[in-house]
Design a protein around this ligand. Structure first.
Ligand code: CLF
Ligand code: SF4
Length: 517
């Protein structure tokens, strides 16, 4: 399939299966122009490197802008229970798309219930800017429920961006509807463009009223996905492609997928690790298909630099997630609780709050620029650091309270977000949990330092022994400023002969998330 189109700034798209598609308006976004495909663009860049109208669409979207994800929240409503394909990494007995916490029961909602919930969340969490429908099945396999929810929200909550996630099989049939309801952001999960590879990922699809198996199913799926992507691009809808990295199945192939989706106008490409714990009961889980290590994931992502812009801050959310990425406040908004809430959807209050957030975000960018200006000359050194944060772009979380660490690559030329690592809380009710510490060390084992707001003596010593420097000197500073400050100090200590720089090893991506959107 990769040979079906040519790379370059004006891709020539070969009709798929005899369907001729004219792609116009390809140049709306930086990821769609066939430019350099800078990784910063679309993930953290500002108006300087993208057209103003695209920046308007992405600047408050926590998934489409890495910078925004520190400040703005999203929520999902689980209105779409059915699915029209089977992925080997999914078992919806739990909660669609690889819910990794067996026993967690999400509430499936009617459109009316969903709208009520969105308004309740919007009134309590003013930084919630995006509503996504990401399952628990496929948003377009239950089109009435999905579009009825969007229709009502477009009227009742006009400042909330609408976002939809799909496997793409039904997508070409619903592009008009997507445009009709101003759904500006669509995610398509595309794991392959080669039906032989697809047959190892998808046992069947349900298409044109029948179940189709194996290679034939995968061929139809890839054609429909590419067609849907082209149609959305032609209509100016911002698209993100999610891919699940399955070692030995599609790892190297994802580089071809990246080129293919870029050529068809995808704005972002999000390569996520396979989650395949046996207890989830998925085909991959039961057959022992492993997920990638942190280094394997980063290698494929790095190999895609220069293609479609990359998203690396995905948290593989639940289909009913509420809050900042990596945070789950859905328990606060169960149907029962929403019923009892006084819901006041105050647009002015929401806007005022968001302006405050915007000012904070600008301060973060300014702090980063100042820290960069203070760096010594670049000698090519790059290291990873882990950061404990609970939002606002700051190092503001206690080591023992962190349920994830954000990983940044730091050099004299800047910082870039690499990913996050989930961990169990080290601190359990005031006491450090010794059993947990080794798993935290394994999760950030590729890092030279961990930046926290506070850390106790016991974990401090154990981290040092593992070769990871615990750092609380930058508590409550903006992350980039803190990381660059520590890096400058680290290099100074090396130059003075106080320490010796050593390479770090690989890290383990903890299984325990979810693959929707
Ligand atoms: Fe939801 Fe997806 Fe929209 Fe975001 S999630 S529908 S684009 S609002 Fe985001 Fe969650 Fe990753 Fe999805 S972090 S799983 S990419
Ligand atoms: Fe369907 Fe999503 Fe599950 Fe795949 S992961 S089978 S698309 S619900």
């Amino acid at each position: 399939m990769a040979s079906q189109f040519e790379s370059g700034s004006t891709p020539k798209l070969k009709p798929l299966n005899g369907i001729k598609v004219e792609v116009t308006g390809q140049s709306s976004g930086c990821g769609t122009t066939g430019g350099a495909g800078k990784s910063s663009c679309g993930s953290s860049a500002g108006p300087a490197d993208m057209p103003a109208e695209i920046w308007e669409k992405v600047k408050n979207h926590p998934c489409y802008s890495e910078e925004a994800h520190h400040h703005f929240a999203r929520m999902h409503v689980a209105v779409a229970p059915a699915c029209n394909i089977q992925c080997n990494y999914c078992n919806r007995k739990y909660d669609c798309s690889n819910e990794s916490r067996p026993g967690v029961v999400s509430q499936k909602l009617t459109p009316d219930q969903a709208v009520k919930k969105v308004l309740a969340v919007a009134s309590q969490i003013p930084q919630m800017t995006v509503l996504g429908i990401a399952g628990p099945g496929d948003a377009l396999a239950s089109p009435q429920k999905t579009f009825e929810t969007f229709r009502q929200l477009q009227e009742k909550a006009p400042d909330i961006k609408l976002c939809l996630s799909t496997n793409g099989l039904a997508l070409p049939d619903y592009v008009d509807e997507i445009c009709k309801y101003n759904i500006d952001h669509v995610t398509i999960t595309i794991n392959m463009i080669d039906a032989d590879i697809g047959a190892k990922i998808y046992p069947w699809i349900f298409y044109n009223h029948k179940r189709i198996y194996g290679r034939e199913a995968a061929q139809i799926l890839t054609e429909r996905q590419m067609l849907g992507l082209e149609m959305l691009t032609a209509r100016g809808v911002l698209t993100k492609v999610n891919s699940v990295l399955i070692p030995g199945v599609n790892d190297q192939h994802l580089i071809e997928v990246n080129k293919a989706v870029k050529a068809r106008g995808a704005f972002l490409h999000n390569i996520m690790p396979l989650i395949s714990e046996a207890e989830h009961g998925t085909v991959y889980g039961l057959t022992g298909q492993r997920g990638p290590s942190a280094q394997e994931l980063k290698e494929v992502q790095d190999a895609c630099m220069g293609g479609a812009n990359l998203m690396r801050h995905c948290r593989q959310c639940r289909a009913d997630a509420v809050g900042l990425l990596g945070e789950d406040r859905s328990d606060e908004f169960t149907l029962e609780k929403v019923e009892e809430m006084e819901v006041v959807y105050d647009l002015d209050k929401r806007r005022a709050y968001q302006q405050k957030v915007e000012a904070q975000r600008e301060a973060q960018v300014a702090a980063k620029k100042a820290a960069l200006a203070a760096q010594q000359a670049d000698d090519g050194m790059k290291v990873l650091v882990a950061v404990a944060t609970k939002g606002q772009g700051k190092v503001n979380e206690h080591f023992g309270h962190a349920h994830e660490f954000q990983i940044y690559e730091v050099s004299a030329t800047g910082t870039s977000f690499v990913g996050h690592r989930r961990v169990d809380h080290y601190c359990q009710g005031g006491w450090g949990e010794d059993d947990v510490l080794p798993s935290v060390v394994t999760a950030i084992n590729d890092c030279h330092a961990v930046l926290v707001s506070k850390i106790g003596n016991c974990p401090r010593e154990e981290l040092k022994e593992a070769g990871i420097e615990p750092v609380d000197a930058y508590a409550f500073e903006y992350i980039e400023k803190a990381a660059l400050g520590w890096f400058a100090d680290y290099r100074t200590r090396i130059a003075k002969g106080e320490i010796v720089h050593k390479e770090r090893g690989d890290a383990v991506i903890r299984q325990g998330a979810f693959m929707a959107a």
